[in-house]
Design a protein around this ligand. Structure first.
Ligand SMILES: CC(C)(COP(=O)(O)OP(=O)(O)OC[C@H]1O[C@@H](n2cnc3c(N)ncnc32)[C@H](O)[C@@H]1OP(=O)(O)O)[C@@H](O)C(=O)NCCC(=O)NCCS
Length: 133
């Protein structure tokens, strides 16, 4: 997914593989993340993505200390524009709803923004600063 989005060097992407695997595997085992895969009729991977039940501080309107965060949405180039990402997203929302959540968050890459908007997502006021020196 990061390679398709761009802006990272091959070296960064290569180094990221092992880091990501170390991060993901224990969370998959514990159920803190759920990965969904859509297959072609020939059982090849067509699209995939995950939901991470991410720790956050409880708020008055959301007393649980986790929020579902959708990540790593990717459709194989040959399978794009057939609605697979939209379908996967609906399945992820169903998983979150089933666990009793009423809000889902994500960071939207440009190629997926319209898909998220159609599914009811809106922009928020998250901000960030790059710390230098
Ligand atoms: C973004 C991405 C996941 C979308 O996957 P996808 O399976 O092609 O998504 P969908 O098919 O649901 O929707 C894509 C477009 O195809 C259109 N579409 C869906 N079914 C269609 C059909 N049967 N005929 C024609 N167009 C169709 C959708 O309306 C949408 O158009 P829009 O972008 O103008 O709104 C994919 O392009 C990708 O992997 N990109 C690289 C990684 C990335 O950016 N990931 C997002 C991280 S947030």
């Amino acid at each position: 997914m990061f390679a398709a989005i761009g802006g990272r060097s091959p070296r960064q992407l290569h180094a990221h593989d092992a880091v990501y695997r170390r991060w993901l595997l224990p969370r998959l085992r514990s159920g803190e993340t759920v990965l969904l895969i859509l297959e072609t009729p020939q059982h090849a991977v067509a699209a995939s993505g995950g939901v991470w039940f991410r720790p956050e501080q409880p708020r008055p309107e959301a007393p649980r200390s986790t929020v579902p965060y959708i990540f790593s949405m990717f459709t194989e180039p040959a399978q794009r524009k057939h609605g697979l990402a939209a379908q996967l997203l609906q399945e992820m929302l169903r998983v979150a709803r089933q666990r009793g959540y009423r809000r889902v968050v994500l960071h939207a890459a440009p190629a997926a923004r319209r898909i998220y908007r159609r599914a009811g997502f809106s922009r928020t006021w998250e901000m960030r600063a790059e710390l230098t020196g």
